[in-house]
Design a protein around this ligand. Structure first.
Ligand code: NDP
Length: 445
């Protein structure tokens, strides 16, 4: 496989789509060996086909704000690959959303979903809508307008969206209400639904819980446990919240949180009511974690900085893409961090990942580490199909088992001769093989 030739062709077709091109290059570099060993993949053009989405919907989302002014946003849905199941992936509502970001997320989702062992293809969608400072009525009208266009292209066996940045329980409720009205059916077309109307218990916590279950396995592979470990977390959203809960439950101490404006360092540990307070902060639609340090004076707020400068044993980036660069990675290594597990999607830049690998730091990529979110969405789809609800212990136990399996799969495909586990390679190779073989079976489409 000639990676440079493929990348050159892709860059020509999609100039400036940096996040998408970054994600594709990372996967191609990992799977090069396995593609070269399997000439049937090249003959069937698997790589050239898997890196392009099946289709993309782009649409206008007009809505009326509280001052009766008409606002117009852009909506997208990228249906990337459905070789092993219906398209599945979240919706992101954030002003930074563009096609490059959604294509990178949709592409990553193919391999992540494949790793979960559940039958789900890859997709992603969203809009450049900014919920900050918007009333619930405005958010509802936006969601209704977004769904007015999207509903014809999704369905429980076609494409099943979920939440992501800026799309939580409230937005899923508004989107589902609109879908139900338009389609005149009550089906499992979205996941992350409220527990009273088809949602699964543990789904809100699942990505964070799964992240910590995966990190626990990474440490265990080195004979270590989470007990007493200092843990730096970034973000203060859904994933960070779930991760903080599970770290605390398993005996670790969370010492940081962050927002776009800076980070909080709390030497006494972020647990109990402090974790509950994160939900308030998130729901406030404000972009600051600063109020935390007013509420809990023992904590310090570091304006404009990222948490990767503190001394920690384990780092869990849970905010957004490219939030941990080479310098941050070098700081983590210097300060004795031994394990980095990505709760967010692609939070570490390629240069940062290189630093981790060079220094033999345990590094778990998002597509494996945070797969617990979509896995639990898959469990929600199963419950919807069977028209029943599992108790939270059952969902949590299934999630835990899935994360252990994903970890084992990464070890199987990523263990090097000296015993170091290249989780990036392990996740990419395992995720790719399943989808590539399904594509081979199904002919050219
Ligand atoms: P949320 O919107 O709930 O939270 C994201 C958090 O990160 C917000 O607190 C946001 O603040 C903050 N943030 C944004 N930019 C920065 C920055 N530059 N530095 C620090 N913090 C920042 O989203 P989620 O928790 O759902 O998602 C977080 C990450 O996890 C994303 O990468 C997402 O793709 C990934 N993910 C989420 C899953 C899920 O189930 N929700 C599943 C798998 C992956 P603000 O809102 O003020 O910008």
């Amino acid at each position: 496989m000639d990676i440079e030739k493929i990348m050159l062709g892709l860059e020509k077709k999609h100039p400036g789509e940096t996040e998408y091109l970054q994600a594709v290059r990372e996967v191609l570099e990992s799977i090069e060996e396995v593609v070269n060993e399997n000439p049937q993949f090249e003959a069937a053009g698997i790589v050239e086909r898997i890196i392009e989405p099946d289709r993309i919907f782009t649409f206008k989302v007009p809505w009326v704000d509280d001052n009766s002014k008409v606002q117009v946003n852009i909506g997208y849905r990228v249906q990337f690959n459905n070789a092993i199941g219906p398209y599945k992936g979240g919706l992101r509502f954030h002003p930074s959303v563009n096609l490059s970001i959604l294509k990178f997320l949709g592409f990553e989702q193919i391999f992540k979903n494949s790793l979960t062992t559940l039958p789900m293809g890859g997709g992603k969608g969203g809009s450049d809508f900014d919920a900050k400072g918007k009333s619930d009525g405005e958010i509802m009208r936006f969601c209704q307008s977004y769904m007015l266009e999207l509903w014809r292209n999704i369905g429980p066996d076609t494409d099943v969206p979920a939440g992501d940045i800026g799309v939580g329980a409230k937005e899923i409720g508004f989107l589902y209400g609109a879908y139900k009205k338009l389609a005149r059916e009550h089906t499992g077309v979205l996941t992350g639904k409220g527990v009273n109307w088809g949602g699964s218990l543990i789904r809100p916590e699942a990505t964070g819980f799964g992240t910590v279950y995966f990190a626990k396995e990474m440490l265990a592979a080195k004979g270590e446990s989470l007990e007493g470990k200092l843990v730096a977390i970034s973000g203060f959203g859904n994933v960070a919240w779930g991760a903080a809960q599970k770290v605390t439950e398993l005996g670790g101490k969370v010492i940081t949180l962050s927002g776009p404006d800076g980070y909080i360092y709390d030497p006494e540990g972020i647990s109990g009511e402090k974790i509950d307070y994160m939900l308030e902060l998130r729901a406030s639609n404000e972009d600051i974690v600063k109020p935390y340090s007013y509420e809990f004076p023992e904590a310090q707020f570091h304006q404009g900085k990222r948490p990767w400068e503190v001394k920690c044993d384990l780092a869990l980036p849970c905010a957004t893409q490219n939030e941990l660069n080479k310098e941050d990675a070098m700081n983590l290594v210097k300060n004795g961090c031994r394990c980095v597990a990505e709760g967010a999607n692609m939070p570490s830049t390629p240069e940062a990942v290189e630093v981790f690998h060079e220094n033999k730091i345990l590094f778990g990529p998002g597509k494996a580490v945070n797969a617990g979110g979509v896995a639990t969405s898959g469990l929600e789809m199963s419950q919807n199909s069977m028209k029943l609800n599992w108790p939270s212990e059952e969902v949590d136990d299934r999630l835990h088992q899935i994360m252990i399996k994903i970890h084992d799969t990464c070890v199987k495909h990523g263990k090097e001769e000296d015993g170091y586990i290249d989780y990036v390679k392990g996740a990419n190779v395992a995720g790719f093989l399943k989808v590539a073989n399904a594509m081979l079976d199904q002919g050219i489409w």
